[in-house]
Design a protein around this ligand. Structure first.
Ligand code: SF4
Ligand code: SF4
Length: 365
């Protein structure tokens, strides 16, 4: 395993970490949590020392499963994170509610402290400022009490907004979605965080599965390597000198092996050099929907991620109308019911022009 520094913290983290949001759903439903925990133990055996969890993942069992495994390991042989925000707290920003939630995570994960506790999923500066005002003091208290080691932030903001968060100097690290699809959006934030000595963990290195689902389109990533496109996409992220750890959502031991292979003999390169290389290839695909579903709260009931997935098909040279009708089984005409309230665009992690795309789709009917 290749290990990297997590910012200025002195921590050495595995170049790939395990995202614990993809435990096998059938095993969870059948109550075979120990089978899922085995995957964590296998990952640890293969050198992965960074595990990322959160409330609600995997039918709200992720922290429990992860804790079943971590309790069998020496505490100084791994790093574990969890997350909180106002939504998790049902908008109760009191010190008691915060502490109860943190203690639940600790109990489930079977640890005395978290290495990283995230202010979770900040979509824009406005929500960040609001939640900072209400919750940051509770993070500081928990840190003073030894329950968390590092206060960190997870965000879907674009580069220039991320820079503003970094400038506050409030966080030791950040977690961002970053991959071969969206790298243009996040450059400034990554550069600023690295310059400030923050650790950078990256989620979604496979672009919500879009990269492995379109191997021909993304074959350039694996050029000159013996890696699959999916492995090469993880390597793309991990090879950034500025990035500490690429988190991969893992369900099976085979996927652990894939993730480990992706960073075998890793060579770190400055982000600027990587950007230049890929820009020259002219294959930046920053305008694809990653299927994250953050936008999926439409007041008129449009199932936005399905339509945006179909728009991806168009961008990738496939049949958009066919995807809507025969894959998703949703009516094209529904796209025309958009009232342009703008809510979805303000939530979109990829900052896509959803309203215009829906209008274009509606014209197919
Ligand atoms: S802009 Fe249209 S699609 Fe988006 S949330 Fe509003 S009504 Fe729904
Ligand atoms: S449109 Fe944006 S928010 Fe919605 S699923 Fe796609 S990337 Fe995610």
């Amino acid at each position: 395993m290749y290990y990297k520094q997590y910012g200025n913290t002195g921590m050495k983290v595995s170049a790939v970490g395990m995202g614990t949001m993809r435990y096998n759903d059938d095993d969870i439903t059948a109550g075979h949590l120990e089978k899922c925990a085995d995957v964590v133990l296998y990952a640890h055996e293969k050198g992965i020392n960074f595990f990322d969890s959160a409330p609600f993942y995997c039918q709200d069992k992720s922290e429990i499963i992860t804790g079943m495994a971590l309790s069998q390991l020496k505490r100084d042989s791994f790093y574990i994170s969890s997350k909180v925000n106002l939504g998790v707290l049902n908008n109760d920003s009191s010190a008691d509610a915060f502490r109860r939630r943190l203690e639940t995570s600790l109990k489930r994960l079977k640890v005395d402290y978290l290495d990283f506790y995230y202010l979770w999923c900040m979509l824009d500066l406005e929500s960040f400022r609001k939640q900072y005002d209400l919750l940051y003091k509770h993070f500081e208290q928990a840190k003073a009490d030894g329950l968390i080691r590092h206060i960190t932030i997870s965000s879907h903001m674009q580069g220039n907004e991320l820079e503003k968060v970094v400038e506050t100097g409030l966080f030791d690290g950040m977690l961002i979605g970053y991959n071969a699809l969206n790298y243009r959006f996040r450059q400034a934030g990554i550069a600023a965080a690295a310059a400030r000595g923050m650790g950078i963990a990256v989620m979604n290195p496979l672009g919500g599965g879009l990269i492995p689902q379109n191997p021909e389109t993304f074959s350039y990533l694996a050029e000159g390597t013996n890696l699959t496109v999916a492995q090469a996409a993880v390597r793309f992220v991990a090879s950034h000198k500025e990035i500490s750890v690429a988190l991969v959502g893992i369900s099976s031991k085979e996927q652990v092996d894939d993730a480990v292979k992706a960073v075998e003999n890793l060579v770190e390169r400055p982000a600027a050099e990587i950007y230049e290389e890929y820009e020259k290839k002219g294959i930046a695909l920053n305008n694809l929907c990653t299927g994250c579903a953050y936008c999926d709260h439409c007041p008129v009931g449009i199932e936005i991620p399905k339509y945006m997935d179909a728009y991806n098909a168009k961008l990738l040279g496939h049949d958009m109308a066919g995807r809507i009708k025969y894959h998703w089984h949703v009516p094209i005409s529904k796209a025309g019911e958009c009232i342009r309230c703008g809510q979805c665009e303000s939530l979109c992690t990829q900052h896509l022009p959803i309203m215009d795309r829906l209008e274009e789709i509606s014209r197919l009917s």
